[in-house]
Design a protein around this ligand. Structure first.
Ligand code: ITT
Length: 200
């Protein structure tokens, strides 16, 4: 039987690794934008994670026959009124990268006491087929922003995000440990439940 195709509509390698790992047991042929030589960039204009995830999935669905997964994710810091939020990837400006984003975040929180360093990661995931939304979900995980980066795994804000139940930063967790508790891992579990039924 020919497997259905699923496009992961992102160029973020950290996301791609986590999503591919989580969906690997499904009867799906999974690929990302680069593997499909899709170079067009979707410009995120939404005010919410779900709007952006929907936008990405609908946009890339024009160029792909099969299921398209759009994900928008980010970090909300209580003390900063929810920033960087949907601007997480570009927090330090147009040429932002993970290191600069983390530096900016730590500078803004300098001297802020531990109990005021609460934050959460959000992941919104939307699946589109033939231009129509067939699945969407949003999940989060709560923690605290450390005073200094810790750990070498993961990507993005993982080194500065402390997860109290495991007493470690997300960058100190092995990929499979992070996937079990993270915003993306939780959303992917919902997606898996949906796909298992949908693919039958
Ligand atoms: P695409 O739009 O191509 O998917 P992106 O990196 O721009 O890639 P987002 O717009 O969803 O993705 O931005 C999410 C940013 O939030 C990402 O660049 C990280 O800095 C951060 N982020 C999201 N999930 C994370 C995680 O699990 N660990 C650490 N940082 C994360």
């Amino acid at each position: 039987m020919v497997k259905k195709k699923l496009l992961i509509a992102t160029t973020n390698q950290g996301k791609i690794k986590e999503i591919k790992k989580s969906l690997e047991h499904l009867s799906l042929e999974i690929s990302d934008l680069k593997e499909n030589r899709i170079e067009l960039k979707y410009e995120e204009k939404g005010k919410t994670f779900l709007e952006n995830a929907r936008g990405k999935a609908i946009f890339y669905s024009q160029f792909f026959k099969g299921l398209v997964l759009g994900e928008d994710s980010g970090l909300e810091v209580e003390k900063l009124g929810g920033a960087p939020g949907v601007y997480s990837a570009r927090f330090a400006g147009a040429n932002a990268n993970d290191e600069l984003n983390n530096k900016k975040l730590l500078a803004l929180l300098e001297g802020v006491p531990w109990e005021e360093r609460k934050a959460r990661f959000i992941s919104a995931q939307v699946v589109v087929e033939d231009g129509k939304v067939i699945f969407e979900t949003i999940e989060s995980v709560s923690g605290y922003i450390l005073e200094e980066p810790r750990g070498n795994y993961g990507f993005g804000y993982d080194p500065v995000f402390y997860y109290p139940p495991l007493k470690k930063s997300f960058a100190e967790l092995l990929p499979e440990e992070k996937n079990k508790v993270s915003h993306r891992g939780k959303a992917l579990n919902r997606l898996k439940e949906f796909l298992e039924k949908y693919l039958k």
